[in-house]
Design a protein around this ligand. Structure first.
Ligand code: AMP
Length: 452
């Protein structure tokens, strides 16, 4: 289970050690030997299993840094996942200078990407549509590609990306290593997978991986919102993702909850990229306890500690059910998965009765708690300055705990982007923090600051 058992360079091993990766995770020890041998791999691995490092270490090991051509391509279903993958790859690549990793996703300026591509890159991480656009415009050349990775392959192959991926394959050498990572492989995905792979090693995670610890509760109800409120009052979860099947419903449910003084935000496909980002930042830093989402909008979203998932609408397939609830109960924490269904949906629910651990109850068994309210622990302040201004988390933390006199524990997550930084501040201290940041300085500079 030690990385040192693998034929990796000392520099890579030292960096893994510095990252605190003492031992391989289950998927890493199962897949890395094949990956390093150059074999194709079809791996079953969930988010949180260390899968990014599993393929990342492989890509970096095979990379010829002196050859300034794209040698690896990682395809992801969403921008958020691409962003997480690129970040993890950059951390893994720290052992060697000059490794260039470029992210190409939709929703970003095409022109800017053209500029970056003109300077070449070793590894590209991106979403299929945008990559195909670059290939068609000949701004991206994949003729030197050695390794192709499909991350969350099931999501990719069932999200209607398959045509794009097939077109994209025409630009990629047939002689290559292909790595597929996916939480599940249903028959349809397996069929497509086999057209991409050659003599692939199949890596399955069974007993070794820590299973999610999830209580699965099902409630029959005629009023889903009322039951939802009763469940929230009973369980008092710290943070919740509620799934609906349509964008409109996500929006309406979030509005209804806010009307009942239960703080919530919706995330769905109609949001602009910056709005999406604002919502995700607020949910991940505790400035809103509830996120109402559609499946597509929630893809790639990785919240490490999620207390509860609610299926407000029944998922269309059982794979989607598994995906949705798999976001909670990670890393040994107890998670709750609550599914609401009406009498009209009784037939659909029978297929969930195949596991005895699932508990089915009537919503009337819940105590009535319609006056229940939920307020966030934190408020997000936006600072009009980011990486571009060389602003770091330590600078903001220093300004707030030093001159402004806030206690360290009243400051939550700090996210720094190119032009903006987001700081979570405990609600009761937020006015003080805002007033200080507005009037005072960070790193001897004045920045505009506002409440998100
Ligand atoms: P992933 O499944 O790729 O989303 O990774 C989940 C998390 O595990 C990431 O935050 C990684 O940085 C971390 N991680 C990956 N490999 C290891 C390891 N061998 N030891 C400890 N942490 C790891």
């Amino acid at each position: 289970m030690n990385f040192s058992k693998l034929p990796l360079t000392q520099a890579m091993l030292t960096n893994l050690d510095a990252l605190g990766y003492a031992k391989m995770t289950a998927v890493q020890s199962a897949a890395l030997p094949y990956i390093l041998q150059g074999r194709d791999v079809m791996a079953e691995a969930k988010t949180g299993s260390g899968k990014t490092a599993a393929f990342g270490i492989g890509l970096l090991h095979n990379l010829d840094v002196k050859k300034f051509r794209v040698q690896s391509l990682v395809l992801c279903p969403t921008r958020e996942l691409a962003d997480q993958v690129a970040k993890e790859l950059r951390r893994l690549a720290r052992f060697q200078h000059n490794i260039k990793i470029l992210m190409l996703t939709g929703g970003e300026s095409f022109g800017k990407q053209l500029g970056s591509l003109a300077h070449q890159a070793h590894i590209i991480v991106g979403t299929p549509g945008r990559i195909l656009k670059h290939l068609n415009k000949e701004s991206l050349d994949l003729s030197n590609l050695n390794t192709l990775v499909l991350d969350e392959a099931d999501r990719m192959l069932d999200m209607g990306f398959i045509e794009e991926i097939e077109s994209l394959l025409a630009f990629v050498p047939k002689e290559r290593q292909t790595l597929l990572f996916s939480a599940t492989y249903d028959e349809e995905v397996k069929k497509v997978a086999h057209t991409l792979l050659r003599e692939a090693a199949v890596v399955k995670m069974t007993a070794e991986e820590k299973p999610n610890v999830i209580d699965e509760l099902f409630y029959e109800t005629q009023d889903k919102t009322a039951t939802l409120v009763n469940v929230l009052a009973l369980k008092k979860p710290k943070n919740v993702i509620i799934f609906t099947n349509t964008k409109l419903q996500a929006k309406e449910l979030a509005e209804e909850l806010v009307g009942r003084k239960i703080d919530a935000l919706a995330i769905h496909g109609d949001l602009e990229q910056y709005e999406r980002n604002d919502v995700l930042v607020q949910f991940s830093n505790g400035s809103t306890p509830i996120l109402v989402a559609t499946d597509v909008a929630a893809r790639g979203l990785d919240i490490k500690e999620l207390a509860m998932v609610v299926n407000y609408d029944l998922p269309h397939t059982k794979e989607t059910y598994t995906h949705r609830i798999g976001r909670t109960g990670r890393a040994g924490m107890q998670g709750e998965a609550v599914t609401l269904y009406t009498t009209d949906e009784l037939e659909k629910i029978t297929e969930y009765k195949d596991q005895s651990k699932r508990i089915f109850s009537d919503a009337d068994s819940l105590e009535d708690a319609q006056a229940f309210t939920m307020k966030p622990e934190f408020v997000t302040l936006v600072i009009e300055g980011g990486k571009k201004d060389k602003l770091r988390a330590g600078d903001i933390l220093g300004a707030l705990t030093g001159d402004a006199g806030l206690a360290g524990k009243s400051i939550g997550k700090i996210d720094i982007y190119e032009r903006q930084a987001y700081v979570a501040i405990q609600t009761q201290e937020s006015k003080k923090a805002l007033s200080y940041l507005k009037n005072g300085k960070i790193k001897k500079k004045k920045f505009s600051v506002w409440v998100l």
